[in-house]
Design a protein around this ligand. Structure first.
Ligand SMILES: [Zn+2]
Length: 53
């Protein structure tokens, strides 16, 4: 269990937006349209994230 909402990269808040698009550690590397269309690549990325959101 995490006690802090801070991200592993040092960001103050570990939001889904931060993780998906901003975080230097976890951000999705593919095109952002993938998250709107929930492409298979984006689903795979989500599944491989080992985070409790
Ligand atoms: Zn981060």
């Amino acid at each position: 269990m995490r006690n802090s909402p801070k991200c592993d990269c040092g960001a103050e808040k570990q939001t889904i937006y931060h993780i998906a698009f901003v975080c230097p550690i976890y951000a999705y590397r593919g095109p952002r349209i993938d998250c709107l269309t929930t492409s298979s690549a984006f689903i795979k990325w989500l599944e491989e994230l080992e985070l409790d959101l």
